[in-house]
Write a protein that binds this ligand. Structure first.
Ligand code: ZN
Length: 176
Protein backbone atom coordinates (compact mmCIF):
# COMPACT_ATOMS: atom_id res chain seq x y z
CA UNK A 1 0.00 0.00 0.00
CA UNK A 2 1.26 3.45 -0.86
CA UNK A 3 0.18 6.15 1.54
CA UNK A 4 2.17 9.26 0.82
CA UNK A 5 1.25 10.82 4.17
CA UNK A 6 2.92 7.88 5.96
CA UNK A 7 6.19 8.18 4.10
CA UNK A 8 7.44 11.60 5.02
CA UNK A 9 10.45 10.75 7.18
CA UNK A 10 12.42 13.95 7.10
CA UNK A 11 11.92 17.61 6.34
CA UNK A 12 14.41 20.23 5.26
CA UNK A 13 15.09 21.08 8.90
CA UNK A 14 14.50 17.84 10.80
CA UNK A 15 15.23 14.12 10.82
CA UNK A 16 14.10 11.13 12.86
CA UNK A 17 16.55 9.38 15.17
CA UNK A 18 16.50 7.35 18.37
CA UNK A 19 15.44 9.61 21.23
CA UNK A 20 16.76 10.00 24.75
CA UNK A 21 13.20 10.74 25.88
CA UNK A 22 11.12 7.98 24.33
CA UNK A 23 11.41 5.70 21.30
CA UNK A 24 12.23 7.66 18.21
CA UNK A 25 12.27 11.44 18.12
CA UNK A 26 12.60 14.33 15.73
CA UNK A 27 15.91 16.18 15.71
CA UNK A 28 17.12 19.42 14.19
CA UNK A 29 19.40 18.95 11.17
CA UNK A 30 20.25 22.64 11.05
CA UNK A 31 20.31 25.55 13.47
CA UNK A 32 16.76 26.82 13.98
CA UNK A 33 16.16 30.33 15.27
CA UNK A 34 13.58 31.42 17.87
CA UNK A 35 10.26 32.07 16.13
CA UNK A 36 11.24 30.10 13.04
CA UNK A 37 8.65 27.90 11.28
CA UNK A 38 9.72 24.26 11.17
CA UNK A 39 6.90 22.29 9.51
CA UNK A 40 3.19 21.61 9.82
CA UNK A 41 2.06 18.48 11.61
CA UNK A 42 -0.49 16.66 9.49
CA UNK A 43 -1.89 13.35 8.29
CA UNK A 44 -5.46 12.16 7.94
CA UNK A 45 -8.13 14.45 9.42
CA UNK A 46 -10.91 12.59 11.26
CA UNK A 47 -13.89 13.59 13.39
CA UNK A 48 -14.02 12.12 16.90
CA UNK A 49 -15.22 12.76 20.40
CA UNK A 50 -12.38 13.27 22.93
CA UNK A 51 -12.23 9.55 23.67
CA UNK A 52 -9.85 8.42 20.94
CA UNK A 53 -9.66 4.73 21.90
CA UNK A 54 -11.68 3.70 18.85
CA UNK A 55 -9.41 5.77 16.60
CA UNK A 56 -6.36 4.07 18.02
CA UNK A 57 -7.89 0.66 17.40
CA UNK A 58 -9.00 1.60 13.90
CA UNK A 59 -5.66 3.09 12.87
CA UNK A 60 -3.36 0.92 14.96
CA UNK A 61 -1.75 3.84 16.77
CA UNK A 62 -0.98 4.57 20.42
CA UNK A 63 -3.29 6.71 22.55
CA UNK A 64 -0.72 9.50 22.65
CA UNK A 65 -0.53 9.76 18.88
CA UNK A 66 -3.77 11.26 17.49
CA UNK A 67 -3.21 15.03 17.31
CA UNK A 68 -6.23 17.07 18.36
CA UNK A 69 -6.78 20.05 16.06
CA UNK A 70 -10.35 21.05 16.96
CA UNK A 71 -13.07 20.45 19.54
CA UNK A 72 -13.98 17.21 17.75
CA UNK A 73 -11.22 16.92 15.15
CA UNK A 74 -8.11 14.82 15.24
CA UNK A 75 -5.28 14.13 12.84
CA UNK A 76 -3.89 10.63 12.45
CA UNK A 77 -0.38 11.94 12.03
CA UNK A 78 2.09 10.99 9.36
CA UNK A 79 5.35 9.50 10.58
CA UNK A 80 7.23 12.78 10.81
CA UNK A 81 4.40 14.45 12.72
CA UNK A 82 3.86 11.72 15.31
CA UNK A 83 7.55 11.24 16.05
CA UNK A 84 7.92 14.50 17.96
CA UNK A 85 8.15 13.82 21.68
CA UNK A 86 6.55 15.79 24.49
CA UNK A 87 8.59 17.87 26.91
CA UNK A 88 7.44 19.91 29.89
CA UNK A 89 10.17 22.39 28.87
CA UNK A 90 9.81 22.29 25.08
CA UNK A 91 11.78 24.12 22.41
CA UNK A 92 8.85 24.39 19.98
CA UNK A 93 5.10 24.87 20.06
CA UNK A 94 2.10 24.70 17.75
CA UNK A 95 0.55 27.83 16.23
CA UNK A 96 -2.69 28.22 14.24
CA UNK A 97 -3.92 24.66 13.69
CA UNK A 98 -0.71 22.63 13.87
CA UNK A 99 2.19 24.72 12.57
CA UNK A 100 5.37 23.92 14.48
CA UNK A 101 7.46 26.93 15.51
CA UNK A 102 10.70 27.17 17.49
CA UNK A 103 10.35 29.06 20.77
CA UNK A 104 14.08 29.26 21.41
CA UNK A 105 17.28 28.62 19.49
CA UNK A 106 17.64 24.95 18.55
CA UNK A 107 21.05 23.59 17.64
CA UNK A 108 21.74 20.88 15.05
CA UNK A 109 21.34 17.48 16.71
CA UNK A 110 19.02 18.77 19.42
CA UNK A 111 15.73 16.91 19.88
CA UNK A 112 12.61 18.86 18.98
CA UNK A 113 9.78 18.76 21.51
CA UNK A 114 6.49 20.47 22.20
CA UNK A 115 4.06 20.37 25.12
CA UNK A 116 1.38 17.77 24.31
CA UNK A 117 -0.98 19.39 26.84
CA UNK A 118 -1.28 22.36 24.47
CA UNK A 119 -3.13 20.12 22.02
CA UNK A 120 -5.41 18.35 24.51
CA UNK A 121 -8.85 19.93 24.79
CA UNK A 122 -10.24 20.96 28.17
CA UNK A 123 -12.76 18.10 28.14
CA UNK A 124 -10.21 15.40 27.38
CA UNK A 125 -9.51 12.75 30.00
CA UNK A 126 -6.21 11.79 28.33
CA UNK A 127 -3.15 11.53 30.55
CA UNK A 128 0.42 10.40 29.95
CA UNK A 129 3.26 9.82 32.37
CA UNK A 130 6.27 11.94 31.51
CA UNK A 131 9.98 11.26 31.83
CA UNK A 132 11.18 14.27 29.85
CA UNK A 133 13.84 14.95 32.48
CA UNK A 134 13.30 18.70 32.65
CA UNK A 135 13.40 20.43 36.04
CA UNK A 136 9.82 21.55 35.50
CA UNK A 137 8.57 18.05 34.60
CA UNK A 138 4.92 17.65 35.56
CA UNK A 139 5.33 13.81 35.73
CA UNK A 140 1.69 13.17 34.79
CA UNK A 141 0.52 15.37 31.96
CA UNK A 142 -3.07 15.90 30.97
CA UNK A 143 -5.26 18.30 29.06
CA UNK A 144 -4.64 22.02 28.60
CA UNK A 145 -6.17 22.84 32.00
CA UNK A 146 -3.32 20.96 33.71
CA UNK A 147 -0.65 23.34 32.38
CA UNK A 148 0.50 25.66 35.21
CA UNK A 149 -0.83 29.23 34.71
CA UNK A 150 2.65 30.75 34.42
CA UNK A 151 3.48 28.31 31.61
CA UNK A 152 0.18 28.98 29.80
CA UNK A 153 0.98 32.70 29.98
CA UNK A 154 4.41 32.03 28.50
CA UNK A 155 2.94 29.95 25.65
CA UNK A 156 0.33 32.64 24.99
CA UNK A 157 3.07 35.28 24.76
CA UNK A 158 5.01 33.11 22.35
CA UNK A 159 1.83 32.44 20.34
CA UNK A 160 2.16 28.68 20.62
CA UNK A 161 -1.32 27.72 21.76
CA UNK A 162 -3.34 26.22 18.88
CA UNK A 163 -6.41 28.26 17.98
CA UNK A 164 -9.03 25.80 19.26
CA UNK A 165 -7.27 25.44 22.62
CA UNK A 166 -6.89 29.21 22.97
CA UNK A 167 -10.62 29.51 22.30
CA UNK A 168 -11.41 26.90 24.96
CA UNK A 169 -9.10 28.62 27.47
CA UNK A 170 -10.68 31.98 26.68
CA UNK A 171 -14.09 30.52 27.40
CA UNK A 172 -12.68 29.30 30.73
CA UNK A 173 -11.22 32.82 31.16
CA UNK A 174 -7.71 31.42 31.51
CA UNK A 175 -6.07 33.36 28.70
CA UNK A 176 -6.87 36.58 26.89
ZN1 ZN B 1 7.98 16.14 31.68
Amino acid sequence: MHHSTQEVVSTSKTEIKVSGISGKGTFAKVKINPGEYIFTLWGELVQSDPNVDHLCTQYGVSGDDPLQVGDAQFVICNHESKTINHSCNPNTGLRNTSDLYAIREINPGEEITYDYSTTSGVNDVWTMSCGCGSEACRKIIGNALTIPPIIIAKYANLDVIPDFIRQQLRQAQLVL
